[in-house]
Design a protein around this ligand. Sequence first.
Ligand code: AMP
Ligand code: MG
Length: 346
Amino acid sequence: MVRDLIAAGAAAVALAGAADPALQRFEAVEPHMGTLVRITVYTPDAQSASQAFRAAFDRIRSLDAILSDYRPDSELSQITSVAVGRAVHVSDDLFTVLRASQELAEATGGAFDVTQGPVIRLWREARQTKRVPESAALAEASGRSGYRQLHLDVVNRTAAFDTPGMALDVGAIGKGYAASEALEVLSARGIRSALVAVSGDLAFSDAPPGQRGWRVQVHSEEGPTVRLPSVLELTNAAVSTSGSSEQHLDVDGRRYSHIIDPASGMGLVKDITVTVIAPHGLEADGLDTAISVLGAERGLALIESRPGVAALIIQRSSAETTMLASSRFRQLAAQHGATHAQGVLR
Ligand code: AMP
Ligand code: MG
């Protein structure tokens, strides 16, 4: 899995290992978006690295101020009350995220749906109270949810909502967007080799000097039936991983995921982990959650319809673990699979 285990609070530190003597490796970690963000850059000196870190972290901080569903003052939180029954202009960032979300909602028949905020909140509370939400409460929340109740105007860049009490939650797509946007800030400063990890959402540019790519662990399965390399060496891409059991509620022997199926309002009960590789984090992060809801078969069909996107789907039951790779994933594994797994990003 693509998980980030780096500790918080690290300042910019030069690390050994860069092949090009003109470039050194620097790394910094800061807390943002309710998680840790780790940035790695190759620059000629510490000063340019520090300035780049500041600019990239500031971009993520400003995105959080727009996209957070925890903050009542975020644009995302405000828009659902000010734009009921009337079109209101939204910022470029919010519009970009909402537009990609609505396209994915259409493509998945609503399996991916950022307007499920009211339902997602009930499940968040349920993880605190350790009780499955009441069906009446779920039905009421579902009535205030649904992507068909959100209308975007691409020309005027406005949003309008049909029903009072709606709530957006872009937790399934915002971190991937932020990772790629922060990487863009680094690229604009002339940094060609960098990696941004917003928790498990990675975005990276050219390979570190002297290396074939950024080493990304894409699964941790073992055994004779596993034929895919666990580490890929990749460049200029985004990688996101979504796990249905990552945050969960256990009640009466059932494990309910933090990912909900909008068709039923229920937390997923299947154990599925999806890793998506795409050109931009907006796509990779949205798709990993969408596939988790759709399941392996429909999820793979969605991936195969998008050239340049790859997915690995791992489904576990008490009897067996199945691993399904899209054709692009198998291609990448054949071309970029690493022979040994040292120094991986986890
Ligand atoms: P991820 O880790 O990328 O799969 O995102 C999980 C988060 O997405 C959850 O914590 C919710 O905030 C949100 N979410 C849950 N279910 C859905 C869904 N069906 N469509 C869109 N977002 C969802
Ligand atoms: Mg996601």
